[in-house]
Design a protein around this ligand. Structure first.
Ligand code: AMP
Length: 178
């Protein structure tokens, strides 16, 4: 399937979770078998060549895309989790969302020193989530210089912030506006 066909499978829900937010809902994309497979195939193509040994995905939708890309490429998967979920001592970072604030945590032992890790998530908006993940993974000793997203909201500038942090960004589709 083409990227335009995949984009047509994403449902836009106005005013969720707050008035003024156009929520780009991937539920409809992942419910579509060929659409899900093609999305993972395109995202995996972007990861190939990054010489990564692991994919990191952010809870929760990043788990869907990240784990599928990891399996497809035979790589490990590092879950970047919401607070209080991991049963070990974690490192964490608080960050701002397009709506509200949140915190991400990882098990510092989940990555090896110098290991190359590619970040995969469903969507990049302000980039706060992805930048927090980059910071955490780098603190744990990983080399993070590449991230892949299904959807970019370019008007919110997140991808540019990631590039400024030394992370190359690839996306399958973008939606103008926020
Ligand atoms: P951000 O930290 O601003 O880049 O937000 C990224 C995360 O928030 C993504 O993992 C999305 O799951 C979610 N998100 C933010 N804005 C939207 C939106 N307009 N539509 C759907 N999901 C969004």
């Amino acid at each position: 399937m083409t990227r335009d066909e995949l984009k047509a499978l994403v449902r836009t829900v106005p005013d969720f979770p707050e008035p003024g937010i156009q929520f780009r809902d991937i539920t409809t994309l992942i419910a579509h078998g060929p659409g899900l497979a093609a999305s993972i195939g395109h995202m995996a193509d972007h990861v190939t060549g990054a010489r990564a040994s692991a994919i990191a995905g952010m809870e929760a939708r990043g788990f869907i895309f990240g784990a599928a890309v990891a399996v497809r490429l035979g790589l490990g998967f590092v879950p970047v989790r919401k607070p209080g979920k991991l049963p070990v001592e974690t490192i964490g970072v608080d960050y701002a969302l397009e709506y509200g604030t949140d915190r991400l945590e990882i098990d510092p032992a989940a990555v090896d020193l110098g290991e190359r890790v590619v970040i995969v998530d469903d969507l990049i908006a302000t980039g706060g989530t992805a930048l927090a993940a980059v910071e955490l993974l780098r603190r744990a000793g990983a080399v993070v210089d590449h991230a892949v997203f299904a959807i970019d909201l370019p008007d919110l500038g997140g991808a540019d912030k990631l590039r400024a942090a030394g992370v190359a960004v690839d996306v399958l589709m973008d939606f103008e506006g926020d």
